[in-house]
Unconditional design. Structure first.
Length: 426
């Protein structure tokens, strides 16, 4: 049991550490779904086991995919469904997982006898309407769930083909339609309307679909499509999670320390690696090999950045920016109000509680660095609020994190890894 609130202790020396991080949530849930739908047996390595990926694993099991899971070895072996969904009506609990919810909504729509897709209240509160509208225009019989979960479908076939989807709220709507596109009679041909947030996640979707043998046609910004077909089983290795790595890169930057993350290097396909460019612009030194990345901290200055492509790092940047020597303006992330918590409002409120000035904008925030005072940080059941604000507890005295267990959504071992970095510095 972790104590709640969890008191943190200021580091007395800059850390000098190498950390091994768990697999990417985004890549794990994409690979699990493709492997679960594929013809034949797939072997996945580097798999993340966390609440979000357990939700996807449970859904695949319910659909009849045969799974062998080794949580210590971080592997999953799956005998896929060969593109044939079960005749029974499905009952899927996506828990708090946006990827599970948005990747499987098209699946309950296309399953022969449909089913119910529901989740934790936190996920019920998050937007779904753009995807529901797109599914209806593709022929889905969705009998409830206007803008939110729960969603109920009679099943009975999704024609597929051409469809317009709003891209300004979540890229997961597009990813879900693409990932399930091979199940639709005519495949899918998506046109994204409006701005497209979190664009690099679509590249991750395309990369995983293509690794499992389904070609994706796309232009750079607007059109994404795939034919009707069946995924092919694969041996597939999952990279460590770049969003999880942002906390350790940020920590090195804030402490004049050095932290290396193994397994994430120049060739990474994760968009959140762009956070390294922000740290560099702030003054940190970034070094990279094929299979590792390290950050070395220096004096930090504020920056003016657009995080629309990699917004999961916005709370991390808020923490780093609080100890820089000039203000930081973050733009392009109005849509993060619809994540696990309102990540603009929450960042402003909690920095204020710690005595750091920050102002809210429609599209983000400005942080004015200042002295951090002892306080318990509220985390709004949001793993990223907990992990990001823990960084301030490592560089100042008397900070504690409420509901530290919420990190289990994507990184159950977070506090242990943070402690190992501390242990190396003392
Ligand atoms: O497709 C994915 O794996 C994700 C896409 C992003 O969400 P949005 O597209 O909703 O911004 C990101 O914030 C989330 O953590 C994971
Ligand atoms: C937004 C997130 O998760 P998801 O949308 O996958 O629930 C996240 O992990 O920060």
């Amino acid at each position: 049991m972790i104590v709640d609130p969890l008191p943190l202790r200021r580091l007395t020396e800059p850390p000098d550490a190498t950390v091994a991080l768990p697999g990417s949530k985004s890549l794990t849930n994409r690979a699990l779904l493709c492997a679960g739908l594929a013809a034949g047996r797939s072997e996945l390595t580097g798999v993340l086991f966390s609440d979000d990926t357990e939700a996807m694993l449970a859904a695949l099991e319910q659909m009849g995919a045969a799974l062998q899971v080794d949580r210590d070895a971080c592997t999953v072996s799956i005998e896929g469904l060969g593109g044939v969904l079960p005749a029974e009506s499905l009952n899927i609990d996506a828990r708090q997982s946006g990827t599970t919810g948005r990747f499987l909504a098209p699946l309950i729509a296309v399953a022969p006898n449909g089913g119910v897709l529901d989740g934790h209240q936190q996920l019920r509160d998050r937007p779904m309407s753009d995807q529901v509208e797109a599914l209806r225009s593709l022929g889905a019989h969705l009998v409830s769930g206007e803008g939110h979960l729960p969603l109920r479908s009679d099943g009975g076939g999704v024609r597929g083909g051409g469809v317009q989807v709003n891209g300004a709220t979540s890229s997961q709507f597009v990813s879900g339609l693409l990932l399930c596109g091979p199940l639709f009679d005519e495949g899918v041909d998506l046109e994204v309307m409006g701005s497209l947030v979190s664009r690099p996640y679509l590249d991750m979707t395309i990369a995983v679909m293509e690794a499992f043998g389904v070609p994706v046609e796309h232009d750079d910004q607007r059109r994404f499509g795939c034919p009707h077909g069946v995924y092919a089983s694969q041996h597939h290795a999952i990279e460590p999670d770049a969003s999880a790595a942002s906390y350790f890169f940020g920590l090195a930057a804030m402490t004049r320390g050095r932290i290396r993350v193994e397994g994430l290097g120049q060739g990474s396909i994760q968009g959140d690696m762009a956070f390294l460019g922000v740290l560099e612009a702030m003054g940190a030194v970034v070094r990279q090999g094929d299979d590792w990345t390290e950050v070395v901290g220096r004096d930090l200055r504020g920056v003016d950045v657009d995080l629309a492509d990699f917004s999961d790092t916005a709370p991390t940047l808020a923490a780093v920016a609080a100890v820089a020597d000039s203000p930081t303006r973050v733009r392009g992330i109005g849509f993060v109000r619809g994540k696990e918590s309102d990540r603009i409002g929450g960042v402003i409120t909690e920095l204020g509680r710690l005595g750091v000035d920050a102002t809210e904008h429609d599209d983000g925030f400005t942080i004015y660095p200042g002295r951090v005072r002892p306080e318990v940080v509220r985390t709004y059941a949001d793993h990223r609020m907990a992990m990001a604000f823990s960084l301030l507890g490592v560089v100042s005295d008397g900070v504690a994190i409420a509901d530290p267990g919420c990190v289990a959504k994507t990184f159950p071992g977070f506090w242990g890894v943070l402690e190992s970095v501390r242990a190396g510095a003392e």
